[in-house]
Design a binder for this molecule. Structure first.
Ligand code: NAP
Ligand code: 8YV
Length: 324
């Protein structure tokens, strides 16, 4: 009998083609009654493949007593209770690094759209307003900005590097100072005061919940631009809406929201916000690389008992194999 993978959320045909010869694939979305299926067959499940949006509920895992590994198709794993999994001896893997450049590009795309008022200018061209009303109003330059990165990790560092082309001065806030040539702020409010633009790119979860608060927006100020490519939970969303409505900040570019795929109506009607449907890593090339690593972690474990990219919280219970 082939080992079973329980799949939550979608996977690409390319991922499926690699798994089908070696595993029995059970798709949560295709089950009429997941709880009933798990009660009858949960003991057969050896692997879970899920993603950053769906994660896995702990009661699902309780119904799968022989699961060895949860392979997460994404780098962020705040939707998985990793301490619970570690205590049960279950390894969790994710897809670091392979998406750094894409998510950084998305952050820049949002920042440039805010400064150069892409939505307004595109509409001015497309709707005929240019012919009817004359030239578009002036926007503001994205060059020479002081950019505060909240979460200077793998992706934050890629954002900082891409911003060099715009002559940005990079400053950052993490819990820990790093050996990097950028100014460190242990106080986020003080960094927001010093910055023209704030870019959030931390993990989600309890430690960053509503980290970007009303006070942070007040410190960023009426010329300030806020970009979020982290998680919706990192921001106090009602405070953000209010800051945009009252022009406490100038503009925001958002790829992530508190209750995805729902976006609050107030955000949809505001002129000074650019909205994206969580597409930070969503290109064919980057999703192929993420999918490959997600699949490789399972195949490697099945063949050797080792994985390539465990999350730090389960690294101590995992054997790590370099990717060939
Ligand atoms: P990473 O390398 O682990 O970097 C995370 C950074 O955040 C670290 O520098 C960390 O530094 C900092 N951080 C963590 N908790 C913090 C806190 N409470 N306060 C301040 N800083 C904190 O992770 P990554 O690979 O860059 O990914 C970051 C996140 O981006 C993911 O977890 C995910 O949520 C998000 N993401 C979004 C998309 C998208 O499609 N929009 C795609 C990929 C990833 P310290 O530990 O020193 O605090
Ligand atoms: C994906 C992400 O949208 O990697 C992450 O943390 O947020 C994105 O790359 C998500 O994980 C879907 O698989």
């Amino acid at each position: 009998m082939l080992p079973t993978i329980y799949i939550i959320g979608g996977i690409t045909p390319f991922m499926e083609a690699q798994l089908v010869p070696h595993f029995t694939l059970i798709y949560d979305a295709k089950l009429e009654d997941s709880a009933k299926w798990l009660a009858e067959h949960g003991a057969d499940v050896r692997y879970v493949l899920t993603n950053g949006h769906d994660g896995i509920a702990s009661d699902y895992i309780d119904a799968m007593p022989h699961v060895k590994l949860i392979s997460n198709y994404g780098v962020g794993y705040d939707a998985i209770d990793v301490s619970y999994m570690r205590d049960k001896g279950i390894i969790v893997t994710h897809t670091p690094d392979v998406l750094n450049e894409e998510v950084a590009t998305t952050a820049l795309m949002l920042m440039l759209s805010c400064y150069r008022e892409f939505r307004y200018n595109e509409a001015h061209a497309r709707t005929g307003a240019w012919e009817k009303d004359g030239n578009a109003r002036l926007s503001r330059s994205a060059d020479n900005r002081v950019v505060g990165i909240v979460g200077l990790g793998r992706i934050g560092t890629a954002i900082a590097r891409k911003l060099e082309a715009f002559n940005a001065e990079i400053i950052y806030h993490n819990r820990n100072e790093k050996q990097v040539p950028y100014r460190y702020f242990d106080n986020l409010i003080e960094m927001a005061e010093a910055a023209d633009t704030l870019i959030a790119i931390t993990p989600g979860g309890a430690s960053t919940n509503a980290l970007i608060s009303k006070e942070v927006f007040e410190a960023l100020g009426p010329e300030g631009v806020f970009i979020n490519v982290a998680r919706g939970s990192v921001v106090d969303e009602p405070a953000l809406i209010s800051a945009l409505e009252t022009k406490t900040i100038a503009a925001a570019g958002l790829d992530v929201f508190a209750a995805e795929p729902h976006i609050p109506d107030q955000l949809k009607t505001l002129e000074n916000v650019v909205l994206l449907p969580h597409i930070g890593s969503a290109t064919e090339e980057t999703r192929a690389a993420m999918g490959q690593l997600t699949v490789d972690n399972i195949i490697c474990y099945e063949k050797t008992g080792a994985v390539h990219t465990p999350v730090p919280e389960t690294a101590e219970i995992a054997t790590v194999a370099k990717r060939g």
